[in-house]
Design a protein around this ligand. Structure first.
Ligand code: FES
Length: 107
C-alpha cells in the first residue's frame, strides 16, 4: 500500500501507510495524527483538513474542484498556492511517498 508523509510545523514527520482508495485525511485520522481535525468527516464542508502539498508533488495530484477551491478560502491558516484539502486527495499507488505539510493551525 502507498505510504504518505506528513510534515509537522515543528519539523517532525510521520510516515503513514494508507489503505485502498482512502483519502489522505482518512489515513491521517485513522492513525490519530495531530494536525488534521476533519470536523466534517470528509464532506468538504469544514476546511480543517488543510494541508500544503510539497512542490515536487503538486503536478501529480488531480485538479482542484470548485467546492474545494471555495472552501480553501476559509482555512484558519493562510491559503497558499499549494493548499489543498486532504479529504479530497485520494491516495493511489502513484502517490506513494507523497509529502504533505501541515499548517500551524486548523481552527
Ligand atoms: S474533512 Fe472537512 S473539508 Fe476535509
Amino acid at each position: 500500500m502507498p505510504a504518505i508523509n506528513f510534515m509537522h510545523p515543528d519539523g517532525k514527520s510521520d510516515r503513514i501507510e494508507t489503505s485502498d482508495s482512502e483519502s489522505a485525511m482518512q489515513a491521517a485520522t485513522r492513525h490519530g495524527l495531530d494536525g488534521i481535525l476533519a470536523e466534517c468527516g470528509g464532506n468538504a464542508m469544514c476546511a480543517t483538513c488543510h494541508v500544503y502539498v510539497d512542490e515536487d508533488w503538486l503536478g501529480r495530484l488531480p485538479a482542484i474542484g470548485d467546492d474545494e477551491d471555495a472552501l480553501l478560502d476559509g482555512t484558519a491558516a493562510e491559503r497558499l498556492p499549494n493548499s489543498r484539502l486532504s479529504c479530497q486527495i485520494v491516495i493511489t499507488p502513484d502517490l506513494d511517498g507523497l509529502v504533505l505539510r501541515l499548517p500551524e493551525r486548523q481552527v
